[in-house]
Design a protein around this ligand. Structure first.
Ligand SMILES: N/C(=C\C=C\C(=O)O)C(=O)O
Length: 141
């Protein structure tokens, strides 16, 4: 099956993709989400983020970024006919594991109290936009 035969979804209330990819794609009863970060869909900005003149991160609010990215994932799931409780696998990319793991892990536990997908958390050197967290998810539909 090539990707054109699998339904693609674009969620109006999630941040616009930064490249040529859909927010999600359904194959059989599985929904694959593209990586998504904490940009606010209305403004394309990240709450609490301060950049310097070169675009490097000066200051960011990890709590705000966690809430925003979970909200974006939920919006994409719902726009694609799935829901939060259907998540089965979550890959989390952090740009500063040492500084941010505790905050992220604490908030993650609040959002995933009743549903516990498999999870993998890795540190990456950089993400395509100046963010501290990005999620890549698989859900049933
Ligand atoms: N998924 C990608 C980027 C997402 C960035 C964001 O939501 O801020 C990509 O480039 O593959």
């Amino acid at each position: 099956m090539d990707s054109s035969s699998a339904a693609a979804f674009h969620a109006a209330n999630a941040p616009k993709p930064v490249g040529a990819y859909p927010h999600a794609r359904k194959v059989g009863n599985l929904l694959f989400l593209s990586g998504v970060g904490p940009r606010e869909p209305e403004t394309n900005q990240v709450k609490g983020l301060v950049l310097d003149a070169e675009g490097s991160i000066v200051q960011y609010d990890m709590e705000a970024q966690c809430h925003a990215v979970f909200k974006n994932v939920r919006a994409i799931l719902e726009a694609s006919g799935s829901k939060w409780e259907n998540l089965v696998d979550v890959t989390v990319f952090l740009t500063n594991m040492k500084a941010d793991f505790e905050t992220y892990n604490r908030l993650y536990a609040q959002y995933f109290r009743d549903c516990q997908p498999c999870r993998t958390t890795v540190e990456v050197n950089a993400l395509p936009t100046p963010i501290a967290i990005e999620l890549k998810c698989i859900a049933t539909i």
